[in-house]
Design a protein around this ligand. Structure first.
Ligand SMILES: Nc1ncnc2c1ncn2[C@@H]1O[C@H](COP(=O)(O)OP(=O)(O)O)[C@@H](O)[C@H]1O
Ligand SMILES: [Mg+2]
Length: 249
């Protein structure tokens, strides 16, 4: 059969990107609503169990088993903490905008995590600030949450290194034109391309006890502040996260 053929080729990568972003935003919004109701449902029975265990305390004491009561209480408190953390990380509150000195922000988060890192045999090194005090505008709690998420991830990546090399995390910031670049680098287990492709997706985790929320929430917070997060990583060498944000003068 003779004739002409007409082919059309359409570049759809932009559509795919929009579709993916919409999917991510949708699942985050849904997660916010879902987590609030689940947290309530779980908290109520936990409170009841906590109360009854306290009432049983004298009986446990008679049996010489008061240790059991203590363990149950401690575990209930831990479960409550997990719910609380899950709620706060999945539902960023309305940002309280203020001026944030970058050096103070990083110093505070490093101070918070230093002892935990030392206990895990890992060093956090805060680089000296070269360019006076850089200021950004935003919600200081949310900003701390982002840096904390990244340092925690770095500590976990360092702990997972197979060769037992001393864990090192580098934290610092420098000016780049009208932006500040905060970096968090580690010599941890690194990431392969499959992980790199999906690491900002809500619920994506490679950890047994992970929530997969830290980076998706961080990404949203930084985008809300007019910035972006970039990452480079090599398996068994380490990972380098950069948070870019507009400076204010
Ligand atoms: N510094 C890092 N080094 C190696 N892998 C990382 C690092 N940061 C994040 N990841 C990968 O990204 C995934 C998602 O991270 P995150 O959103 O914080 O969730 P979670 O920590 O609960 O797994 C992690 O499970 C891990 O595989
Ligand atoms: Mg995390």
């Amino acid at each position: 059969m003779k004739g002409c053929y007409l082919f059309t080729v359409k570049e759809i990568s932009d559509y795919k990107l929009i579709e993916q972003t919409a999917y991510q935003n949708d699942s985050l919004a849904m997660l916010g609503k879902l987590s609030a109701s689940i947290a309530h449902e779980i908290r109520n029975p936990l409170t009841a169990i906590r109360g009854f265990i306290q009432l049983l305390h004298p009986h446990l004491q008679q049996l010489g088993k008061q240790e059991y009561g203590k363990i149950i209480l401690a575990e209930i408190d831990r479960a409550n903490d997990i719910i609380h953390e899950f709620l706060t990380s999945s539902k960023p509150s309305v940002p309280q905008v203020g001026m944030i000195p970058v050096s103070a922000l990083l110093k505070e988060v490093v101070l918070l995590t230093e002892s935990e890192a030392l206990m895990k045999g890992c060093q956090i090194n805060l680089h000296p600030f070269q360019e006076g005090d850089m200021m950004i505008s935003g919600d200081v709690k949310q900003m701390k949450q982002v840096v904390l998420n990244m340092i925690r991830n770095a500590m976990e990546a360092v702990a997972d290194r197979v060769d037992g090399l001393m864990g090192k995390i580098e934290v610092g910031a420098h000016k780049e034109g009208s932006e500040v670049r905060m970096f968090i680098s580690d010599n941890g287990k690194g990431m392969d391309i499959r992980t790199l492709d999906r690491l900002f997706n809500p619920f994506f985790t490679t950890k047994e006890n992970g929530t997969g929320l830290g980076l998706s929430v961080s990404d949203r917070i930084i985008k809300n502040h007019g910035g972006c997060i970039s990452v480079s990583s090599r398996v068994n060498e380490g990972t380098h996260f950069v948070i870019s944000l507009p400076l204010i003068h």
